[in-house]
Each structure stands twice: as structure tokens, then as C-alpha cells.
Design a protein around this ligand. Structure first.
Ligand SMILES: [Zn+2]
Length: 618
């Protein structure tokens, strides 16, 4: 692909050593000389000068020579990964064969011979037999706790028949007590038709249990009659601001679909748990999520969070169960409260930290709730559901910016994205440049003239490649060909100097980074493999780019590119070993790639062959 096999790529190690090693070698030789010939100072000087000349000549003529014969002891590494094909993701030194780690940090990288001296008696050596090593993936947009919960709830992702969804719901109902809530997520009705499903569909399989299923986007729910009844939603319930209770036009009766804020009207009555039980459940769920992430090679996540959750994650760290780096975001509306508590973006350490404040301006394309300038092509007169006015948004962003917060705005429609950029621009005018690296989360239907606005404002585009390939089935139907041309415009954004930060929006999409890589390489739907040449193929990315913005780009989006995202000395030792070489694999194989080892902070936290998850010292 992009990366040539550059022999000098391994000279990263050598460059650091070159200024230093001839002197070290020289010093050793002089000592030998002085032992052998103690008599004549003058002749000793001559010999030394000759040796010096010879050594200099040798080291210039044979740059590799000194490396294989280190004369000075180096700090022994705690971990050495060797016999590997390392893609460092640093374009200056893209490839290496071995890497030395001390504690949490990479200390050296180079050829197998370069790194050999770092192997001491205590060093753990991982000979990976020529396999591919990459920096760990950093998912820049997840709802990690919700995702972790889907690991035990009904998860309907990719189920492409209504009857199958109902069968799975029925299966849960059969195991539940009467009256017990059935909750699930991930359903996508566009996989089996164009019409929304209804409460009557669910009533057929769940007459005596309330059911609430979150749509794959997370922006609407589908419920049955009992769930509506228990939540007190009737024909007379008005739409809440920023939401819609779908009703049958003739009878005015709710259909069972609740959009955006209306979803909040459903009051799920969960079994009552004590605060300790709730906390324990959260810990169990999160741990299941950490294992899931480690298995997929995800070593950092940026996620929706709360102060309580951040405290729980810190506890898990203290208990030795945290196997990824956790960067939680908090709601934009919490800004003044956080100011009062003295909490700002970046609060925490490299394991658990508070990143940015997240606000919402609109919904999604799938639900037709994204804020658009012009009406949806398949819903005349309707331009989506903006949640805030420009004034409200700009004011909230300017306040946060002034007080030292990074801000990420969920914006999907062209008008929503325009409003987010306006707010960032306003903040820069009022407060001066603060270098907060504000972010647009999703940035899907970007208006052509707005593509150029991100760069000068220093705004990061936090995007999920899989959203493109999942949505491409209906985007043109929703917004028409012209507007679809600049949808998910990765290539155009890069060309305009924008940093992309990749992720999945888990559980909206599965957490597996390989699906994202496949998506940005092909712009082809993963399930149907359509369209064959890719959807607006001019926006495709290379493999290097697809990985780079999933490691370095995501780290940049959280202000941490100086400590992780590429594998060079001085960065955190977060890396993965894959079972195949993505750079020589057929496209199809990328989706099948498995992670053999996941290493976080120099610790092997996932070992596929042993099916072992967890920090090594546990
Ligand atoms: Zn999200």
C-alpha cells in the first residue's frame, strides 16, 4: 500500500545512537589499550588516534556495525516484542522489526539486532513470528457503558427480518416473568422495509411484558402497547420539545415509535437495586466491555460518561481490571457545575480522564431528525429536529471554551454541522483562539462550503466510517444525489487539512475496528458488498490512512498525540499483534482479521491463543 519497505526506516534507533555510540565504543578500546601497553604515553596516543580514525571510518562506512556490537549496557526492557512487522504509523520511520518497552513506555524500536541488547534476564520476550504489529486502536466515539450492557441485553444489530426480531423478543419474553421489562437495542427497520414498525407488531409476541427497543441509531425507540400504557402515553400526550410521538393520522393513537427526546417519556421500571448493587452491576458490565475491547484490539476509548462513572472506572483501575485507557465526556449543560468543582478538560491521568463536553444539535439521517437546510427528499417540508437555536448553542459553546473545556457537538445534518461550526467560530471571535480542538461528532452530511471551515477553526472531525457504509443504503433516498456527494467526505476533509478521529459510536455499530477500516477502504456496505465500486469512491481512504486516523488521529482528538497513537520511543506501549498482515491481505480478509495479542501500557491484556484477558500481574 502506501508504505514502502524502506530500509532506513529501522534507522530511527540508529539515529539516536549514532551521535553517541562511537564514543562509547572508543572508550572501551582505549581502556584495553592502556592495559596492554602501560609504558609509553606517546605511542599510546598514536595507537588511540589510529583506533579512533579506524573506528570513525568503520562507523561511517558500515552504519549497521555498531548496533550489533553494543559496548555499553542499556536499560533492560520489561517487554520486548520481536521478529515482527511493526507499522509504527510514524511516516518518518514507518517500519521496524522489534520494540523494547520499559514499564508503560516504548524505549527503543529498530531491527531485531538493534533491540536484542535490551533483553535482560527479567525481560518478557514476545517473538511474534513475523506478524503485523500496530499501535492499539483508539475509538474516539463510544457509549461504552451502553455498549457493555448490550453484551447481556437483547442485541438486534444486523437482524434483517421483522419476523426474526419478533422471534428473538418472544424468546426473551418466554424467559421473563409477566410484567418484567424487556429491553434491547440495535434494531434497524430499514433492513427489512421502508415503513416504521408498530406497537402492534410487538404486542403479538409480548402481550404481558412491556418492551422497549432502541433503534440502532440510539435516537428513537420502538415500544409495545403495555410500555406506552405504563409510561402514561396516550392520544393526548403532546410532543416534547425536540421530539415526536408518532401517531396514526386517522385515530391519533401512538404508533409505538418515539423519536429523539420523546424516547425519554418511556419510564422503564428496572428491578430495584441498592446503590451498592447498582455499582457492582456497572462494574461487571464495564469489565465485560473491557474484555470485549481487548479482544478487538481497542486500547483507548473516548466515551459518554458521568462523574460517577469516572469514579467507578478509577476504582476498576485500582482493582487491576482496567485494560484500556478511558476518556469520558460529560454533558455540555454541566459546564458551570464543573467550573465550580474546578474540573476542566484533561482532568485525570493517561488511564482515566475527563475529555470534553458533549452537546447535541440534531438527530440522525436514518430517523430523518438530522437538521437540514432543505427538506428531506423523502419527507417533503420536513427539515429535521434541531435541539437548540443557534443562539443557545453559541452561548453554551463560548462559555465552555472560555472556561477551558474542549467541546464536541453531535451534528449530522448540513444545517446542524453549519450551526456547530458557527458556534466554534463565535467562540474564537469572542475568546480568541484557545486551541481547545473542538470537535464535530459524526459530521455526516457536510455542506460543500463548510468542508473548508473546519481546518482554520482547528476543529476535529470525529467520524465513524461504518456509519457511512451502513447508511449508504438510504442516504440518497433521504437527501438526494447532490447532497449525498459531500456525505461522509473523508478525502475532502483531509485535503482541507482537517484531522479525522475515527471510531464506531458503539453500540450503534459494533466495536470492531476492522469494520471501520474495511468501510473507509471500500465505501461498500459490509453485508451486501454494494455498490461494487464504492459509494462516491473518490472519498475512499488508503489502508495507512484508515489506521492512522484510528490511532494517531483519535489521540489528536483528545490532545494526547504526544503520548500515544504511534509506536516510537517515548510513547505509551499500547499495541496489538494481528493474525494476518492487513497490508498484503485481500480486502475480504481484513474483516476476518483477529487480534492475537493486545498490549496496553506494556502489559499483555489479551492473549487469543490462551483465551486470556486481564492485566498480567492479576
Ligand atoms: Zn454517539
Amino acid at each position: 500500500m502506501l508504505v514502502p519497505m524502506i530500509r532506513h526506516s529501522v534507522s530511527y534507533h540508529r539515529i539516536g545512537e549514532r551521535q553517541f555510540r562511537p564514543w562509547v565504543v572508543l572508550r572501551g578500546v582505549l581502556a584495553e589499550v592502556s592495559q596492554a601497553r602501560q609504558a609509553h604515553v606517546a605511542s599510546r596516543r598514536i595507537v588511540a588516534a589510529l583506533f579512533l580514525g579506524l573506528l570513525l571510518a568503520l562507523s561511517l562506512a558500515m552504519p549497521g556495525w555498531a548496533q550489533s556490537r553494543p559496548a555499553s549496557p542499556v536499560t533492560p526492557a520489561s517487554l520486548v516484542v520481536t521478529n515482527a512487522k511493526i507499522m509504527t504509523m510514524d511516516s518518518r520511520y514507518p517500519r521496524a522489526e522489534a520494540i523494547a518497552v520499559s514499564g508503560e513506555w516504548v524505549i527503543a524500536i529498530g531491527t531485531v539486532a538493534d533491540i536484542e541488547p535490551y533483553i535482560g534476564p527479567q525481560t518478557k520476550v514476545l517473538d511474534v513470528g513475523g506478524r503485523l504489529v500496530l499501535p492499539g486502536f483508539n475509538d474516539s466515539h463510544t457509549h461504552f457503558l451502553s455498549g457493555s450492557r448490550t453484551l447481556r441485553e437483547l442485541y438486534l444489530y444486523g437482524v434483517n427480518r421483522l419476523e426474526e426480531v419478533l422471534r428473538l423478543v418472544g424468546e426473551r419474553v418466554a424467559k421473563a416473568k409477566p410484567g418484567e421489562w424487556i429491553t434491547g437495542s440495535g434494531y434497524d427497520h430499514t433492513l427489512w422495509g421502508t415503513k416504521w414498525p408498530t406497537k402492534e407488531d410487538l404486542d403479538r409476541v409480548a402481550p404481558n411484558n412491556p418492551v422497549v427497543l432502541r433503534r440502532v441509531s440510539g435516537h428513537s425507540v420502538w415500544v409495545n402497547s403495555l410500555a406506552l400504557k405504563l409510561s402514561g402515553i396516550t392520544n393526548d400526550t403532546p410532543d416534547p420539545a425536540g421530539g415526536e410521538i408518532q401517531k396514526y393520522p386517522k385515530t391519533g393513537e401512538p404508533t409505538g415509535i418515539l423519536l429523539e427526546t420523546a424516547a425519554g417519556l418511556i419510564k422503564v421500571d428496572r428491578p430495584r437495586l441498592s446503590p451498592e448493587e447498582t455499582r457492582q452491576l456497572m462494574k461487571d458490565d464495564l469489565s465485560a466491555g473491557f474484555r470485549h475491547a481487548a479482544k478487538l484490539g481497542v486500547t483507548s476509548v473516548q466515551t459518554s460518561s458521568s462523574l460517577e462513572e469516572l469514579a467507578v472506572v478509577r476504582e476498576l483501575k485500582a482493582e487491576g481490571k482496567l485494560t484500556l485507557r478511558w476518556n469520558g465526556w460529560l454533558p455540555l449543560r454541566a459546564a458551570s457545575e464543573l467550573v465550580a468543582q474546578g474540573i476542566r478538560s484533561g482532568h485525570g491521568d493517561y488511564w482515566v480522564r475527563f475529555g470534553f463536553l458533549k452537546g447535541y444539535i440534531d438527530g440522525t439521517v436514518g430517523d430523518r431528525t438530522a437538521a437540514m437546510f432543505e427538506p428531506f427528499a423523502d419527507r417533503p417540508g420536513f427539515t429535521g429536529l434541531p435541539r437548540l437555536t443557534q443562539e443557545e448553542l453559541s452561548e453554551a459553546v463560548a462559555f465552555a471554551d472560555r472556561n477551558g473545556f474542549q467541546v464536541g457537538i453531535h451534528a449530522i445534518g448540513d444545517r446542524g454541522i453549519h450551526m456547530a461550526l458557527n458556534a466554534f467560530e463565535r467562540a474564537a471571535i469572542i475568546n480568541g483562539a484557545t486551541n481547545q480542538r473542538h470537535r464535530v461528532e459524526h459530521a455526516q452530511l457536510v455542506a460543500k462550503y463548510d468542508i473548508r471551515r473546519f481546518g482554520p477553526l482547528g476543529v476535529v472531525a470525529s467520524m465513524q466510517q461504518v456509519h457511512c457504509t451502513t447508511d449508504l443504503r438510504y442516504v440518497e433516498a433521504r437527501v438526494g444525489y447532490e447532497r449525498a456527494k459531500t456525505a461522509y467526505p473523508w478525502r475532502s476533509l483531509l485535503a482541507a487539512g482537517v484531522v479525522l478521529a475515527f471510531g464506531t459510536d458503539w453500540p450503534v455499530e459494533p466495536l470492531d475496528p476492522m469494520r471501520g477500516i474495511f468501510s473507509s477502504l471500500t465505501r461498500m456496505n459490509i453485508e451486501t458488498r454494494e455498490p461494487k465500486t464504492g459509494w462516491f469512491p473518490e472519498q475512499k481512504l488508503t489502508l495507512w490512512e484508515s489506521i492512522y486516523y484510528y490511532t494517531w488521529g483519535s489521540a489528536y482528538g483528545e490532545h494526547l498525540e504526544s503520548v500515544k497513537g504511534v509506536l516510537v520511543p517515548g510513547r505509551l506501549a499500547d499495541m496489538i499483534v494481528l493474525d494476518r498482515d492487513l497490508f498484503t491481505s485481500a480486502l475480504e480478509e481484513i474483516l476476518q482479521a483477529k487480534v492475537d495479542y493486545t498490549i496496553v501500557g506494556g502489559q499483555v491484556v489479551w492473549d487469543r491463543a490462551a483465551n486470556r484477558w486481564g492485566p498480567e500481574n492479576q
